[in-house]
Design a protein around this ligand. Structure first.
Ligand code: PGA
Length: 262
């Protein structure tokens, strides 16, 4: 990256991770969200919901009916590294793509802890996602013990190196920094702590991917809510948020999107 070149900040993304929540009854939240996104308010960010796989097709149908494919993107929460085969209970990247997802969350700390996913496994899944034409939202983040022992930058740096394959570009890859201790706990790091990690991630991305690395979006995730979104989204190199609990209700999610209201 030359010093003279001005690199525009990437367009932010607010992505909602519904985790293992949501049935067809909750489609009314999506209807309310789309109605607002299609209305008069303008938001200077992209918006995505990653529901459980069972809701991808119904959400895509609703979105088509409301003519809102540009307003709301859909994503999966995980995919298998293989394209098909004997993997009971798993889902392939192409299946997500065909259900109208354009992205998939990979390496979420709940996958890393509940399913023993290592950086190597995450990397193979990212490769499968990119091959299927999905973009990957790759999560990294330290535990409380690692934060307390001063290892945060070392831990997230290692996860970043190990989880990203060489084919990552700013168009197909999004990074999400999610401190494990901030997820679902109501706790958030200070803005200084967020700034420190995001700057370190940016530098690592630029070192490895050059200009693509400077344009890759780096989301913050972990207890983002309407009351703290504006402050967190204003931190340098924070290019949006990955939102869990507060993405389940349209009003809460819209309260977070308000950080980018024009
Ligand atoms: P939370 O979850 O917003 O409920 O803390 C974030 C995430 O796990 O992606």
């Amino acid at each position: 990256m030359s010093a003279q070149k001005t690199i525009k900040a990437p367009r932010p993304l607010i992505a909602g991770n519904w985790k293992m929540n949501g049935t067809p009854a909750d489609l009314k939240q999506i209807r309310a969200l789309i109605a607002k996104l299609s209305g008069k308010s303008r938001y200077a960010c992209d918006t995505m919901i990653c529901p459980p796989a069972t809701l991808l097709a119904p959400m895509a149908e609703l979105r088509a009916k409301m003519k809102a494919s540009r307003q709301l993107a859909l994503g999966g929460q995980d995919c298998h590294a293989n394209a098909s085969g004997a993997h009971t209970g798993d889902i392939s990247a192409d299946m997500l793509k065909q259900a109208k997802a354009s992205a998939v969350i990979l390496g979420h700390s709940e996958r890393r802890s509940d399913h023993g996913e290592t950086d190597k496994i995450v990397k193979a899944k990212v490769e499968a996602a990119l091959k299927a034409g999905l973009s990957a939202i790759i999560c990294v983040g330290e535990s409380l013990k690692e934060r307390k022992s001063g290892d945060t930058l070392k831990v997230v740096g290692k996860q970043l190196r190990g989880s990203l394959p060489d084919g990552c570009t700013s168009a197909n890859t999004v990074i999400a920094y999610e401190p494990v201790w901030a997820i679902g706990s109501g706790l958030t790091p200070t803005t200084e702590q967020v700034a420190q990690v995001h700057l370190a991630l940016r530098k690592a991305l630029v070192r490895r991917f050059g200009d693509e690395g400077s344009n890759m979006r780096i989301l913050y995730g972990g207890s983002v809510k309407p009351s703290n979104a504006q402050e967190l989204m204003a931190v340098p190199h924070v290019n949006g948020a990955l939102v869990g609990g507060a993405s389940l209700k349209a009003n809460d999610f819209l309260g977070i999107l308000a950080a980018y209201k024009q």
